[in-house]
Design a protein around this ligand. Sequence first.
Ligand code: MSP
Length: 708
Amino acid sequence: MNRLYLTTPIYYPNARPHVGSAYTTIVCDVLARYKRMCGYDVAFLTGTDEHGEKLQRAADAAGMPVERFVAEKRELFRNLWHTLGISEYRFVHTSQNPAHRESVQWMIRQADKAGYIDKKKYVGRYCISDERYVSDGPEPANCDVCGRPAELISEENYFFKLSAFGPSEPGREDGKLMELYRDNPQFVQPDFRRNEVISFVKSGLRDISISRRRLKWGIPWPGDDEQVVYVWYDALTSYLTGIGFAGEKRSKDFEKYWMGAEGPTEVVHMIGKDILRFHTVYWPAFLMAAGLPLPKTIFAHGWIYYEQDKMSKSKGNVVYPEPIVDAFESFGAPGNDALRYYLLREAPFGHDTSFSYEGLIDRYNSDLANDLGNLANRTAPMINRYFDGLVPKAVEHSESDNATPSVLPVDTHARMLPRMATQTRTYTVNCFDRYEFSSGLAEVWRLIRGANTDLSNIKPWALAKDPSKRDQLAEVLGNAYEVLRFAAALTHPVLPFAARRLWQQLGQASIIDEFDPKSLRWGCVDPGTKAGKPEPIFPDFKRDKREALLTKIHELAEADRALSQPKGVQVPIPSESQPAPAKADSSSPAAPQNDSQSPSKITIDDFAKVEMVVAQIVAAESIPGAKKLLKLQVDIGSETRQVCAGIAEYYRPEELVGQKIVLVANLEPRKLRGIESNGMVVAASAGPEGKPILATFKEDVPNGTRLK
Ligand code: MSP
């Protein structure tokens, strides 16, 4: 039996997971489902990376003990995987986990015994955000991952002799790592990433510090309680712990999936491009130093941007999956599948892609509602109407024989469908085997569109009126049915919920999760198969419905953001109205988003930067299509300003006119739903729904008076 051990990176639980973090997990879920369908024994691991300075700082900022902080945030990840229907996964977490502590300490002891560990003084620049040493020496340096200035540190540390795995001299192609890349071209994928790694290693490797003296939040260095293990050594080792490794204690699963006790296992680490070096340079060296086998493949995918821009909390453009799923589902559409399909179809896997809500809906409308949905909505009802639900025989086709006997007129495209379907199956599974999800899906859609074109050209409803055309009618509907059966099986890994429903509607008795797409053969439908009850799976979102869905997504996203903000006095304005950063962030896309790094206390000078003034509402009106927003004109003494405020659900426009409120007057203007908003209204956010209660005054105060 073929075996696959597939891992996502373990995520930093310093913030709530967004669509970017969900991406790797979704892709792995697609792959795991696909391989299980192909008969693989799959172990699928995800988890959380809980040690290190970044987490300690986040917990400090939240005013919580770090143990409790990470344990709480860890649950956000598990909850999201549940919401997204992620299948049969194992979950590893690195802190408060005795087995993991054993694993890491064992790895260190092995490397030490093999002579790969040294103790020496380290002076250098370290990026706290990315947990990485940026440069040796005290000179100022910026992190080459996130672009931020790195901090100066000096300490006596344990070093890992990474140089022993690199080339004997810079520029040479010898050494264990270069051999690994040369002998195993599939080790780093895609190829352009492999080239990147090779040129990095070829230029020479230096030893790396793998312990931290200053930090307590980590795994104690074996035999030296003053130091903890470097967080990346700790994190990477979780791939072993997660499968049942604990140093000398090893589970059967570890022996099976990592050591290959029952025959070879493909070990695949799926990662984002930002953590390529850790996985392709450090990790194989750590494993070699411990004498353990190496994974087969490290695949680095691209990043998801929001409308071409890096997602960041400060820009208010972080996309969370839950509002998307909920909004689609509130209209009876499969939200999870819509999101999964969009993420996998939009860009060639491995490359960056840009997320937009409009793009998501448009992709859903064209491919799912229009192409696949239409084919399903037309075929099953016609089979029910004209054949009492009994699935007619498609055009005959044998894979070894190019002739396709058919009673359909010679010039019809329909005679080509069987061959096309067979080719699509082969092409698509090959694509999925090579992680080329987008191309594989595009091919399935070529087939679906072909079947739709046939229905439109051949017009079975017209053939049905002529009893002498019964055979042709049977063939054209039999063909459409076969295309749907192929499409359901081939897309099931990506559309697990919708494809299962389609499979049932086709009257297929087998369990789709266990149906091997490679076994698809044209015309192999059990005689007597009856099509099930046709029910639309993909309602469309055209015209007004598109706007309604978009509005719903925005509303849910706004409510969701309000809920995840800290309690207390808040400003109930959708986050798009937060000030734009003065200048686009110059840091690279790899900079991690960090929810919790803002300090819990600010200075009086910080506060003085916020210009709050008394303002009087002189006009108020609702904004069509934006349930939560009101457009206000406010008099601030020196001028009248226009602002948008997210208070429409609690205040009627007419009751606001004349009221004195508090306005943050020195924010950069922003556009909300295309309307300029020049300031921000201050309100308390009450109760779990964050009901806005406007801050106002008991006494009369002149407009424009500054609050201090
Ligand atoms: N904890 C480390 C990984 C240790 S693995 C032994 C880490 N965590 S992370 O939470 O910052 O990132 C986890 C993964 O999420 C990375 O693969 C990263 O590339 C991915 N993504 C985070 N934001 C992303 C996007 N916007 N788009 C796509 N993937 C992104 O790194």
